[in-house]
Design a protein. Sequence first.
Length: 83
Amino acid sequence: MPSLTIRNVDNHTKQRLRIRAARNGVSMEEEARRILKEALAWSGAPARLGRHLVDRFAGSCCDAFELPGRHMPRNPQRWDEAA
């Protein structure tokens, strides 16, 4: 498996990674792998976001639910004219 070296990580970031890894009971290296995997899992997500939301909330609605009617948007206030 390939390896990755990250240089010039500031002390604050390293300390936060160490604490997060300890909370999750894993090494700093494993925690960094998890963070990278999670962050990159959603690349290209806009194409799948709608499907994800439909799947996530599929059981949250019942047949009695009705969407409210649509209304024309209000006109924005014109501040440069006297009312």
